[in-house]
Design a protein around this ligand. Structure first.
Ligand code: TPP
Ligand code: MG
Length: 300
Protein backbone atom coordinates (compact mmCIF):
# COMPACT_ATOMS: atom_id res chain seq x y z
CA UNK A 1 0.00 0.00 0.00
CA UNK A 2 2.91 2.36 0.42
CA UNK A 3 5.03 1.60 -2.62
CA UNK A 4 7.11 4.40 -3.98
CA UNK A 5 10.00 4.68 -6.35
CA UNK A 6 10.83 8.34 -6.76
CA UNK A 7 13.66 7.71 -9.24
CA UNK A 8 11.11 6.09 -11.56
CA UNK A 9 8.56 8.85 -11.02
CA UNK A 10 6.26 6.79 -8.77
CA UNK A 11 5.47 9.28 -6.04
CA UNK A 12 3.68 6.80 -3.81
CA UNK A 13 0.58 4.70 -3.44
CA UNK A 14 -1.86 5.34 -0.68
CA UNK A 15 -4.00 3.34 1.74
CA UNK A 16 -6.71 5.99 1.80
CA UNK A 17 -9.21 5.41 -1.00
CA UNK A 18 -8.93 8.46 -3.29
CA UNK A 19 -5.96 9.75 -1.28
CA UNK A 20 -3.51 9.56 -4.16
CA UNK A 21 -5.56 11.72 -6.52
CA UNK A 22 -4.86 15.18 -5.03
CA UNK A 23 -1.19 14.21 -4.58
CA UNK A 24 -1.09 13.44 -8.30
CA UNK A 25 -2.64 16.84 -9.03
CA UNK A 26 0.21 18.43 -7.07
CA UNK A 27 2.72 16.41 -9.06
CA UNK A 28 1.12 17.48 -12.37
CA UNK A 29 1.09 21.08 -11.19
CA UNK A 30 4.82 20.86 -10.40
CA UNK A 31 5.54 19.37 -13.85
CA UNK A 32 3.64 22.19 -15.48
CA UNK A 33 5.36 24.83 -13.39
CA UNK A 34 8.78 23.31 -14.20
CA UNK A 35 7.97 23.56 -17.91
CA UNK A 36 8.81 19.90 -18.69
CA UNK A 37 6.66 17.71 -20.95
CA UNK A 38 6.17 15.19 -18.12
CA UNK A 39 2.62 14.12 -17.36
CA UNK A 40 1.16 12.43 -14.29
CA UNK A 41 -1.11 9.38 -14.20
CA UNK A 42 -3.24 8.63 -11.17
CA UNK A 43 -4.86 5.19 -11.00
CA UNK A 44 -7.94 4.74 -8.83
CA UNK A 45 -11.16 2.76 -8.62
CA UNK A 46 -14.90 3.08 -9.06
CA UNK A 47 -15.15 3.61 -5.30
CA UNK A 48 -12.50 6.33 -5.22
CA UNK A 49 -14.13 8.36 -7.97
CA UNK A 50 -16.90 9.44 -5.60
CA UNK A 51 -14.53 10.63 -2.87
CA UNK A 52 -14.69 14.40 -2.45
CA UNK A 53 -10.97 14.98 -2.92
CA UNK A 54 -11.09 13.14 -6.26
CA UNK A 55 -13.91 15.34 -7.55
CA UNK A 56 -12.15 18.47 -6.26
CA UNK A 57 -8.97 17.38 -8.04
CA UNK A 58 -10.91 16.88 -11.29
CA UNK A 59 -12.18 20.43 -10.99
CA UNK A 60 -8.88 22.15 -10.21
CA UNK A 61 -6.83 20.06 -12.66
CA UNK A 62 -9.18 21.20 -15.41
CA UNK A 63 -9.34 24.83 -14.23
CA UNK A 64 -5.52 24.98 -14.19
CA UNK A 65 -5.09 22.82 -17.31
CA UNK A 66 -2.76 20.35 -15.58
CA UNK A 67 -1.11 17.46 -17.47
CA UNK A 68 -2.86 14.81 -15.38
CA UNK A 69 -4.58 11.62 -16.51
CA UNK A 70 -7.32 10.37 -14.19
CA UNK A 71 -7.20 6.63 -14.92
CA UNK A 72 -10.27 4.95 -13.44
CA UNK A 73 -10.10 1.18 -13.11
CA UNK A 74 -13.81 0.40 -13.05
CA UNK A 75 -13.92 -3.16 -11.77
CA UNK A 76 -17.58 -2.70 -10.71
CA UNK A 77 -16.88 -3.21 -7.02
CA UNK A 78 -15.53 -1.33 -4.04
CA UNK A 79 -14.84 -4.36 -1.86
CA UNK A 80 -18.36 -5.86 -2.06
CA UNK A 81 -20.34 -2.73 -2.97
CA UNK A 82 -21.48 -2.59 -6.59
CA UNK A 83 -20.90 0.66 -8.47
CA UNK A 84 -24.62 0.96 -9.26
CA UNK A 85 -25.40 1.16 -5.54
CA UNK A 86 -23.38 4.30 -4.96
CA UNK A 87 -24.00 6.44 -8.03
CA UNK A 88 -26.91 7.21 -10.33
CA UNK A 89 -24.38 7.55 -13.19
CA UNK A 90 -22.27 4.38 -13.32
CA UNK A 91 -20.72 5.44 -16.66
CA UNK A 92 -17.85 6.94 -14.71
CA UNK A 93 -16.03 8.57 -17.63
CA UNK A 94 -19.14 10.75 -17.92
CA UNK A 95 -17.80 12.69 -14.92
CA UNK A 96 -14.94 14.12 -17.02
CA UNK A 97 -16.87 16.26 -19.54
CA UNK A 98 -18.85 17.77 -16.67
CA UNK A 99 -15.55 19.30 -15.50
CA UNK A 100 -14.36 20.16 -19.02
CA UNK A 101 -12.03 17.13 -19.20
CA UNK A 102 -11.49 15.11 -22.39
CA UNK A 103 -12.52 11.55 -21.50
CA UNK A 104 -12.36 8.04 -22.93
CA UNK A 105 -13.99 4.74 -22.00
CA UNK A 106 -12.07 1.63 -22.99
CA UNK A 107 -12.25 -2.13 -22.66
CA UNK A 108 -9.63 -2.58 -19.96
CA UNK A 109 -9.49 -6.33 -20.69
CA UNK A 110 -7.87 -5.51 -24.06
CA UNK A 111 -4.31 -4.26 -23.42
CA UNK A 112 -3.89 -3.01 -27.00
CA UNK A 113 -7.02 -0.85 -26.74
CA UNK A 114 -5.75 0.58 -23.45
CA UNK A 115 -2.39 1.31 -25.06
CA UNK A 116 -4.00 3.14 -28.00
CA UNK A 117 -6.30 5.21 -25.82
CA UNK A 118 -3.40 6.13 -23.55
CA UNK A 119 -1.42 7.38 -26.57
CA UNK A 120 -4.34 9.67 -27.46
CA UNK A 121 -4.59 10.96 -23.90
CA UNK A 122 -0.81 11.56 -23.82
CA UNK A 123 -0.95 13.58 -27.05
CA UNK A 124 -3.81 15.65 -25.63
CA UNK A 125 -1.88 16.42 -22.43
CA UNK A 126 1.49 17.01 -24.11
CA UNK A 127 -0.16 19.48 -26.50
CA UNK A 128 -1.04 21.55 -23.46
CA UNK A 129 -4.76 20.80 -23.57
CA UNK A 130 -5.11 19.96 -19.90
CA UNK A 131 -6.14 16.82 -18.06
CA UNK A 132 -7.72 13.64 -19.40
CA UNK A 133 -9.81 10.83 -18.01
CA UNK A 134 -9.66 7.18 -19.05
CA UNK A 135 -12.20 4.74 -17.68
CA UNK A 136 -11.07 1.15 -18.19
CA UNK A 137 -13.64 -1.60 -17.66
CA UNK A 138 -11.79 -4.31 -15.76
CA UNK A 139 -12.45 -6.99 -13.17
CA UNK A 140 -10.74 -8.59 -10.22
CA UNK A 141 -11.27 -12.32 -10.11
CA UNK A 142 -10.57 -12.57 -6.40
CA UNK A 143 -12.04 -10.86 -3.39
CA UNK A 144 -10.59 -7.49 -2.33
CA UNK A 145 -7.89 -9.43 -0.46
CA UNK A 146 -6.96 -13.06 0.13
CA UNK A 147 -7.08 -16.10 -2.12
CA UNK A 148 -10.88 -16.59 -2.43
CA UNK A 149 -13.09 -15.43 -5.31
CA UNK A 150 -15.64 -12.68 -4.63
CA UNK A 151 -18.46 -15.22 -5.08
CA UNK A 152 -17.26 -17.01 -1.92
CA UNK A 153 -18.52 -13.96 -0.01
CA UNK A 154 -21.83 -14.03 -1.91
CA UNK A 155 -21.88 -10.48 -3.26
CA UNK A 156 -21.65 -11.77 -6.82
CA UNK A 157 -22.12 -14.95 -8.77
CA UNK A 158 -19.72 -17.57 -10.06
CA UNK A 159 -21.32 -17.06 -13.49
CA UNK A 160 -20.33 -13.39 -13.53
CA UNK A 161 -16.76 -14.30 -12.58
CA UNK A 162 -16.63 -16.96 -15.31
CA UNK A 163 -17.83 -14.47 -17.95
CA UNK A 164 -15.01 -12.07 -17.12
CA UNK A 165 -12.43 -14.85 -16.90
CA UNK A 166 -13.38 -15.83 -20.44
CA UNK A 167 -12.10 -12.38 -21.51
CA UNK A 168 -8.81 -12.61 -19.64
CA UNK A 169 -6.43 -9.88 -20.88
CA UNK A 170 -3.39 -12.17 -21.03
CA UNK A 171 -5.29 -14.67 -23.19
CA UNK A 172 -6.69 -11.86 -25.36
CA UNK A 173 -3.26 -10.36 -25.90
CA UNK A 174 -1.71 -13.75 -26.64
CA UNK A 175 -4.52 -14.42 -29.16
CA UNK A 176 -3.80 -11.12 -31.00
CA UNK A 177 -0.06 -11.83 -31.09
CA UNK A 178 -0.50 -15.34 -32.47
CA UNK A 179 -3.11 -14.33 -35.08
CA UNK A 180 -0.86 -11.54 -36.31
CA UNK A 181 2.11 -13.94 -36.35
CA UNK A 182 4.13 -11.71 -33.98
CA UNK A 183 4.70 -14.54 -31.51
CA UNK A 184 4.16 -18.29 -31.65
CA UNK A 185 2.03 -20.14 -29.11
CA UNK A 186 5.19 -21.87 -27.96
CA UNK A 187 6.99 -18.56 -27.35
CA UNK A 188 4.01 -17.31 -25.34
CA UNK A 189 3.89 -20.46 -23.24
CA UNK A 190 7.64 -20.11 -22.57
CA UNK A 191 7.25 -16.44 -21.60
CA UNK A 192 4.50 -17.29 -19.13
CA UNK A 193 6.58 -20.12 -17.72
CA UNK A 194 9.60 -17.80 -17.32
CA UNK A 195 7.42 -15.23 -15.51
CA UNK A 196 6.05 -17.92 -13.16
CA UNK A 197 9.53 -19.20 -12.40
CA UNK A 198 10.78 -15.67 -11.73
CA UNK A 199 7.90 -14.97 -9.33
CA UNK A 200 8.44 -18.24 -7.55
CA UNK A 201 12.18 -17.56 -7.21
CA UNK A 202 11.41 -14.12 -5.79
CA UNK A 203 9.09 -15.82 -3.32
CA UNK A 204 11.94 -18.10 -2.25
CA UNK A 205 14.16 -15.11 -1.57
CA UNK A 206 11.58 -13.02 0.30
CA UNK A 207 9.60 -15.71 2.14
CA UNK A 208 10.39 -18.60 4.48
CA UNK A 209 8.29 -21.25 6.27
CA UNK A 210 6.49 -19.72 9.26
CA UNK A 211 7.98 -21.29 12.42
CA UNK A 212 5.28 -23.44 14.02
CA UNK A 213 2.88 -22.63 11.13
CA UNK A 214 0.73 -25.00 9.08
CA UNK A 215 2.40 -26.78 6.15
CA UNK A 216 2.86 -24.32 3.28
CA UNK A 217 2.37 -21.27 5.52
CA UNK A 218 5.08 -18.70 4.86
CA UNK A 219 6.21 -15.42 6.31
CA UNK A 220 8.40 -12.56 5.12
CA UNK A 221 12.01 -13.28 6.04
CA UNK A 222 12.80 -11.12 9.10
CA UNK A 223 15.78 -9.42 7.44
CA UNK A 224 13.43 -7.93 4.80
CA UNK A 225 11.55 -5.85 7.40
CA UNK A 226 12.81 -2.29 7.74
CA UNK A 227 14.73 -1.43 10.88
CA UNK A 228 12.21 0.11 13.34
CA UNK A 229 14.80 2.82 14.07
CA UNK A 230 14.16 3.97 10.49
CA UNK A 231 10.54 4.93 11.18
CA UNK A 232 11.09 8.68 11.60
CA UNK A 233 13.65 8.93 8.82
CA UNK A 234 12.90 11.96 6.69
CA UNK A 235 9.48 12.45 8.27
CA UNK A 236 10.00 14.61 11.35
CA UNK A 237 12.46 17.47 11.60
CA UNK A 238 15.00 17.22 14.42
CA UNK A 239 15.58 21.01 14.13
CA UNK A 240 18.84 20.37 12.27
CA UNK A 241 17.21 22.33 9.43
CA UNK A 242 17.62 25.43 11.63
CA UNK A 243 21.36 24.85 12.13
CA UNK A 244 23.39 27.88 11.12
CA UNK A 245 20.46 30.30 11.45
CA UNK A 246 21.16 33.11 13.92
CA UNK A 247 18.61 33.84 16.63
CA UNK A 248 18.68 36.97 18.73
CA UNK A 249 16.45 37.83 21.67
CA UNK A 250 15.06 41.38 21.92
CA UNK A 251 17.27 42.18 24.92
CA UNK A 252 20.45 41.21 23.04
CA UNK A 253 19.55 42.86 19.75
CA UNK A 254 21.84 45.78 18.94
CA UNK A 255 20.17 47.04 15.73
CA UNK A 256 17.13 49.32 15.28
CA UNK A 257 13.74 47.91 16.26
CA UNK A 258 10.56 48.89 14.38
CA UNK A 259 6.97 48.30 15.44
CA UNK A 260 5.05 46.25 12.86
CA UNK A 261 1.60 44.79 13.00
CA UNK A 262 1.49 40.98 13.21
CA UNK A 263 -0.33 40.90 9.86
CA UNK A 264 2.39 43.03 8.24
CA UNK A 265 5.17 40.82 9.66
CA UNK A 266 3.52 37.65 8.30
CA UNK A 267 2.93 39.23 4.89
CA UNK A 268 6.49 40.60 4.85
CA UNK A 269 8.07 37.21 5.57
CA UNK A 270 5.87 35.51 2.98
CA UNK A 271 6.69 38.18 0.42
CA UNK A 272 10.44 37.85 0.97
CA UNK A 273 10.27 34.05 0.73
CA UNK A 274 8.19 34.27 -2.45
CA UNK A 275 10.77 36.65 -3.93
CA UNK A 276 13.78 34.55 -2.97
CA UNK A 277 12.66 30.91 -3.29
CA UNK A 278 10.85 29.69 -6.43
CA UNK A 279 9.70 26.56 -4.57
CA UNK A 280 7.44 28.64 -2.34
CA UNK A 281 3.99 29.27 -3.77
CA UNK A 282 0.70 30.48 -2.34
CA UNK A 283 -2.47 28.94 -3.69
CA UNK A 284 -6.02 29.78 -2.88
CA UNK A 285 -9.10 31.72 -3.69
CA UNK A 286 -8.67 35.49 -3.47
CA UNK A 287 -4.92 35.52 -2.86
CA UNK A 288 -4.20 36.72 -6.39
CA UNK A 289 -6.98 39.22 -6.99
CA UNK A 290 -7.49 41.43 -3.96
CA UNK A 291 -5.43 44.59 -4.25
CA UNK A 292 -4.21 43.62 -7.72
CA UNK A 293 -4.62 45.45 -11.04
CA UNK A 294 -8.19 44.81 -12.27
CA UNK A 295 -8.30 42.42 -15.26
CA UNK A 296 -11.21 41.40 -17.45
CA UNK A 297 -12.69 38.00 -16.53
CA UNK A 298 -11.80 35.17 -18.94
CA UNK A 299 -14.00 35.23 -22.02
CA UNK A 300 -15.16 38.82 -21.46
C1 TPP B 1 -11.24 6.55 2.92
C2 TPP B 1 -11.26 5.05 2.98
N1 TPP B 1 -12.45 4.43 3.23
C3 TPP B 1 -12.50 3.09 3.27
C4 TPP B 1 -11.37 2.33 3.06
C5 TPP B 1 -11.45 0.80 3.08
N2 TPP B 1 -11.33 0.34 1.68
C6 TPP B 1 -10.17 -0.15 1.22
S1 TPP B 1 -10.28 -0.53 -0.42
C7 TPP B 1 -11.89 -0.04 -0.49
C8 TPP B 1 -12.66 -0.11 -1.77
C9 TPP B 1 -12.03 0.62 -2.91
O1 TPP B 1 -12.76 0.38 -4.08
P1 TPP B 1 -12.33 0.99 -5.46
O2 TPP B 1 -12.03 2.44 -5.34
O3 TPP B 1 -13.37 0.60 -6.46
O4 TPP B 1 -10.93 0.26 -5.75
P2 TPP B 1 -10.66 -1.28 -6.16
O5 TPP B 1 -10.07 -1.92 -4.95
O6 TPP B 1 -11.94 -1.91 -6.61
O7 TPP B 1 -9.67 -1.16 -7.29
C10 TPP B 1 -12.34 0.41 0.76
C11 TPP B 1 -13.69 0.89 1.01
C12 TPP B 1 -10.16 3.02 2.83
N3 TPP B 1 -9.01 2.36 2.61
N4 TPP B 1 -10.12 4.38 2.77
MG1 MG C 1 -13.41 -1.05 -7.69
Amino acid sequence: MHLQWHEAGAIGTNAIVGGGVPLAAGSAWAHKKAGTDAVTFTFFGDGAINIGSTLESLNLAAAWSLPLCFFVENNLYAVSTHVSEVTAEPRLSGRGPGFGIRSWKVDGMDPLAVYLVTQQALAHMRNGNGPTMIEADVYRYFHQNGPFPGSAFRYRTKEEEAQWRARDPIDTMAGHLVRRRILTKKAIAETIKRARTLMSELGDVLLEPRPGGKPGERRIVPSEWPDPAFVDEGVRGDLSELAGIEFTDTEDFAGDLTDVKFLGAVAGVMGRRLDSDPRVVVMGEDVHKLNAEPTAPPGA
